[in-house]
Design a protein around this ligand. Structure first.
Ligand code: FUB
Length: 326
């Protein structure tokens, strides 16, 4: 009996730890055991690209030392999986030094595919123009290597000072391509904006338009489409909850639908991505769930399921420790 309990304890420990294996090409594989999905480093600001039945998770990398409270985010990371349990971490695909115009931290980002190329929209501090800016990198592969697609920022703070005077409003880019092939870039802090993109995905096409009727908008817009509805989810208040609005038209008007996710425990921010993967919908976000140092500046990506009501509204997210995939 004693031997049996030793074997069970051993099996429990084996399943509870994240198993890592390094491969020749620099990829590392590991198995996730629920939320947080990644436990060997702090990951924040998730964005997801589903491409050819694979789930690509792009994140920031929180590296703030324990007991300090500030953003330290030098690079972006990419992970992939086919089942949300067995993951591959790919070699560092991008950091701010890839952008000659940028300095400082690697803020939230999103990758989207068009015509076999992968475009990574990021935010960082501009070296020469006061405030945050948005840039875009490009690659032939979802895992990189990525390089600056323009050699200059796509959006700079001086393009939006007529709408808001703060210098950090040009962050948190999210991109969608509509059914007619028109790409839109949304972003913002305090004020949400959108602009059309040219087919080359690296130039704007028309004016920057402030998005109205997003009550209590803080930041982190994410656009997705489901059954003829556009959904604009975003962080509200501070500490942040995630709320959402719906519209039949990507240009609005948007109708506010309420809170989607509550405050994510001990993290002031929540930063969501919403995607469909193999017939399920997922809500991907971060919390400060790694013991004992996790928190607002040492965040961790989590994944839970997202469900719609019959009228297209979304049920309140249930954040879980178990997560998804098993
Ligand atoms: O990671 C820095 C900032 O925290 C992001 O830009 C926001 O969305 C919040 O998650």
């Amino acid at each position: 009996m004693k031997q049996l309990s030793i074997i069970f304890s051993f099996l429990f420990i084996l399943t509870a730890i994240t198993v890592h294996a390094e491969q020749a090409n620099g990829d590392t594989t590991f198995t996730s055991n629920g939320n947080p999905v990644i436990t060997h480093k702090y990951t924040a600001d998730p964005a997801v690209l589903v491409y050819k039945d694979k789930f690509y998770l792009y994140t920031g990398h929180d590296e703030c030392p324990p007991r300090e409270n500030r953003y330290v985010m030098k690079e972006w990371l990419v992970f992939s999986t086919e089942d949300l349990v067995h993951w591959t971490e790919h070699p560092i695909p991008l950091n701010t030094s890839a952008f000659t115009w940028a300095k400082g931290d690697a803020w939230a980002s999103q990758v989207i595919e068009r015509n076999g190329k992968f475009y990574w929209y990021v935010a960082a501090e501009h070296k020469d123009i006061h405030g945050k800016s948005i840039g875009v990198a490009v690659s032939d592969s979802p895992t990189g290597p990525f390089k600056d697609a323009r050699g200059s920022a796509l959006i700079t703070n001086n393009m939006t000072t007529q709408f808001t005077k703060i210098s950090w409003d040009d962050i948190d880019p999210t991109v969608i391509i509509d059914d007619k092939g028109q790409a839109y870039l949304f972003w913002g802090n305090t004020q949400c904006y959108y602009v059309k993109l040219k087919e080359n995905m690296i130039e704007t096409d028309g004016p920057i338009i402030p998005v109205t009727n997003l009550p209590h908008f803080t930041e982190a817009p994410w656009i997705h489409k489901y059954k003829g509805w556009y959904y604009l989810s975003y962080a509200v208040g501070f500490p942040e909850k995630i709320a959402y609005s719906m519209s039949r038209n990507i240009a609005g008007p948007w109708e506010y639908k309420g809170i989607l996710n509550e405050i994510a425990g001990n993290s002031n921010t929540n930063h969501q991505a919403i995607v469909q993967f193999k017939n399920n919908w997922y809500f991907v976000y971060h919390n400060g769930g790694i013991n004992t140092e996790g928190g607002s500046y040492r965040r961790s990506v989590c994944i839970d399921k997202l469900f719609y009501n019959k009228d297209g509204t979304i049920k309140r997210i249930q954040m879980t420790s178990e997560g998804v995939g098993r």
